[in-house]
Design a protein around this ligand. Structure first.
Ligand code: FAD
Length: 503
């Protein structure tokens, strides 16, 4: 078996892994990143809804199984840059309250081992790195912060009218923080295909464009593509990770280093740790607590299409507005809570794969006449919500969402808000675990090694030379998009690793 040596091995090139690389490259350490995917080709299909949604051109061909044994092809994208290649560019900081224990509808959102103050400087760094646009001082739940690196992207007319309709109800719509290179001199062309599509013009603030491409120009960073890590190998005492075994274009290789950073995404990182079970760690690497693969969360996500039958929505970039007035609950119903934010433009070709019986012209009409928003509520962690390996390396995702009833009440309220804002018809679509876009929690952080896999610096309680920096580390999901928080914590971990190398 070929063997490669490095000073730090990072597994996965998503927002977590690339943030650690960003912090370590230039420190003198030989940083090696292993990524199972390749560069996403720049081609016309990147922005073609039929190719992306109909043909599912970029989705993995892997098959997973739900708890009833039903097979599904998950909405997982394996490319350099990870899921940020397709993400919707909403770059929110979590609220101060998200780091504290909260009771919601009789369930508990647990406390984090770190507070907002620990992440604040790294949030600022992550916003700079990803070129986030926004305006401070308008979001009623905003945590303490300085100005955004770039001014907010202005509303187009249809979204400005929606903002007025919300404000008329006493709500406080605010500019949505977004990582798009829009504005004078920017590369964004308002091509109308952003959320859930890859950008052909380098305008989307994804991990490849903003972080990895600049690093690749430097000497001490190496990216091995088409290299899938299968398992981690421990020393005889079971204390240190000594190697990763991988398949590079199908050929086994062994990669050795004194420091390992796992960032393969919440589900895949858990699978790698579980697959690494050995005599010294019979339940899997970093899993003396038994929590690895458990507490899988994905947010409660409902798309709402507000239809004005006589008006065509010609907005090119709608993702400029959000509301957080209900982040801590509805009046008289604290459990029903969450964030509302704009989705990208929904088109007929995106609707039809989910509703094949819907006639094509009707789907296209809905796409043209709708304004599309996303209702997001916190998914509360359940120990029995889990991913695990079955015999034959079959992947089972036994997902148990926590707090569904409260989310349904929140959605009902938002439908009323949209109707009052001028949309007589509001359709809804619930996103499930088949699209695990906000997956998190499977390798949770915590103070107590009996209840968590990682400490507050994402270091495995069981193995001092292993860190896990993807969405798996989140102890709770909050009700806001996770990418900026993953980036901020990974930058914090990277800063710590770099400081440890300093003489
Ligand atoms: C359509 C869509 C829209 C989204 N919109 C938003 C948004 O607007 N805002 C937001 O904050 N979040 C959004 N998200 C979620 C966000 O993209 C993810 O939370 C975030 O990118 C996760 O980063 P990560 O580093 O944890 O993992 P990933 O992005 O999953 O990165 C993991 C990397 O590891 C690689 N990998 C996996 N297994 C292996 C292995 N065995 N060996 C080697 N490499 C491996 C993968 O190919 C991937 O590159 C969206 C997601 C999707 C799918």
């Amino acid at each position: 078996m070929d063997s490669i040596q490095a000073d730090v091995v990072i597994i996965g090139s998503g927002v977590g892994g690339s943030a650690v690389a960003h912090r370590l490259v230039g420190s003198g350490a030989r940083v090696l990143m292993l990524e199972r995917g390749d560069f996403l080709p720049n081609e016309s299909q990147n922005s073609d809804a039929r190719a992306v949604f109909g043909e599912q051109r970029y989705k993995t061909r892997d098959i997973w199984f739900d708890a009833r044994g039903a097979a599904f092809r998950p909405g997982q994208y394996y490319h350099v840059g990870g899921h940020t290649k397709f993400y919707g560019t909403a770059m929110f900081r979590f609220r101060e309250s998200d780091f504290a224990a909260t009771a919601i509808d009789g369930m508990t959102s647990p406390a984090w081992p770190i507070g907002y103050g620990d992440l604040a400087p790294f949030y600022a760094e992550a916003e700079q790195l990803y070129g986030v646009r926004g305006a401070a001082g308008f979001d009623p739940t905003e945590p303490p912060r300085d100005a955004f690196p770039h001014a907010a992207i202005p509303h187009e007319p249809v979204i400005a009218r929606l903002a007025e309709g919300l404000a008329a109800q006493g709500l406080r719509p605010f500019p949505m923080p977004s990582a798009v290179d829009y504005g004078p001199g920017g590369t964004c062309r308002r091509c109308d295909s952003c959320d859930a599509f890859a950008c052909r013009f380098g305008a989307k603030g994804d991990a490849e464009t903003r972080v990895l491409r600049p690093l690749l120009a430097q000497g001490d960073f190496r990216l091995e593509r088409r290299t899938e890590v299968r398992r981690l190998i421990l020393d005889d005492q079971g204390r240190h990770v000594v190697a990763a075994e991988a398949l590079r274009e199908g050929v086994p290789i062994r990669v050795e280093a004194p420091v390992f950073v796992l960032s393969a995404g919440a589900i895949n990182s858990a699978l790698i740790l579980l697959r690494s079970a050995c005599d010294a760690a019979p339940a899997g690497v970093a899993n003396r607590s038994g929590v690895v693969g458990r507490y899988l969360m994905n947010h409660h996500l409902t798309g709402l299409m507000g239809i004005r039958p006589l008006a065509v929505n010609d907005t090119r970039f709608p993702k400029t507005l959000a509301i957080n007035d209900f982040y801590h609950g509805l009046p008289g119903d604290e459990g029903a809570r969450g964030n509302m934010q704009m989705l990208g433009n929904i088109r007929g070709a995106m609707i039809r794969p989910a509703y094949p019986a819907l006639p094509g012209p009707l789907a296209d009409w809905l796409g043209r006449h709708s304004v599309d928003v996303l209702a997001m509520s916190e998914d509360l962690p359940d120990r029995d919500s889990r991913v695990r390996l079955l015999p034959g390396d079959r992947v089972e995702v036994d997902y148990r969402p926590g707090g569904t009833a409260a989310h349904d009440r929140f959605v009902r309220h938002l439908r009323g808000v949209l109707r009052r804002a001028g949309f007589p018809l509001v359709l809804r679509h619930r996103f499930g675990i088949q699209a695990p876009s906000h997956q998190c929690g499977t390798v949770r952080m915590g103070h107590d090694p009996a209840q968590s896999a990682l400490d507050g610096l994402c270091r495995a309680h069981d193995h001092p030379n292993l860190h896990v920096v993807d969405g798996g580390f989140l102890p709770s999901s909050a009700a806001l998009n996770p990418a900026l928080t993953i980036a901020a914590q990974a930058l914090r971990v990277g800063a710590h690793l770099r400081a440890r190398r300093a003489p």
